[in-house]
Design a binder for this molecule. Sequence first.
Ligand SMILES: C[S@@+](CC[C@H](N)C(=O)[O-])C[C@H]1O[C@@H](n2cnc3c(N)ncnc32)[C@H](O)[C@@H]1O
Length: 294
Amino acid sequence: MKNKPSEQGRVFDEPSAEHPLQVLHGDTRDTIRSLPDNTFHCVVTSPPYWGVRDYGVAEQIGAEPDLNDYIRNLVAVFSEVRRVLHSEGTFWLNIGNTYTSGGRKWRQADSKNKGRAMSYRPPTPEGLKKKDLIGVAWMLAMACQQEGWYLRNDIIWYKPNCQPESVKDRFTVSHEYLFMFSKSERYFFNQDAILEPALNGNGLKNKRTVWSINTEPYPEAHFAVFPRALIRPCVLAATKENDLILDPFYGSGTVGVVAKELRRRCVGIEIKRDYVEMAKRRTRAVQQPLILGG
Ligand SMILES: C[S@@+](CC[C@H](N)C(=O)[O-])C[C@H]1O[C@@H](n2cnc3c(N)ncnc32)[C@H](O)[C@@H]1O
């Protein structure tokens, strides 16, 4: 399927069963506009968190000095996500909360975590104080709901192996959110594909909203990548074989990896050229479809 060229002159070629993955290099805000309406069965993504990473690209999202601009930018991208999503499709958004930076203007590199270096830190948002928890995740979820999305679940991703924190006056944060949105009141949801064992070994039950999943680093990426185990249930519940998935913030291409393993097709959008190449290398190496429950 061909669509009109984007502003950068790009034309969308829908991936095929033989070539199930495609990465588009560009700013999601422009590139997504070249994608046709009602095309994707599911969208799974994790946008840059506000003021947490410096991806070193001028147009990166997440470095807006004003939190409201960050929310506005993402809501605008997700409004385009709704346009390109099938009427029966779902949108799965992973996002975590952050703290105010307390007036610090930059952050040093950490030998264990190279991606922590920051040439900027956003100022404390108006109305908040030093040390405040910023409920960015919920601000974004509510803004998406206001904009037209149906908010259907707030899944807690509990990370048993979370990063330790050197804090003495609060708990270590060990969870993030995975919000499930739908475009319409009725949508495709294959509950049977993600049933989980019931207590006492008594058959199977509907999957619950707290998912305990270890983080899974991808050594080439100096930023947080999705653990595949977080994405598999989304893909299994939201799509059938050969369906088309979109990740508008593709990073190292984990959604593409899972799509390929589960015989789905996937389009990723990524602004940083190095990451586009990294995602291609990584997804190329996925050979065999995954046999689940084997
Ligand atoms: C949290 S990472 C995504 C990681 C991904 N889920 C994975 O498993 O590898 C966010 C990604 O968004 C990209 N990004 C930032 N601003 C962007 C923009 N305006 N358009 C497209 N991609 C952008 C960053 O370069 C980064 O790769």
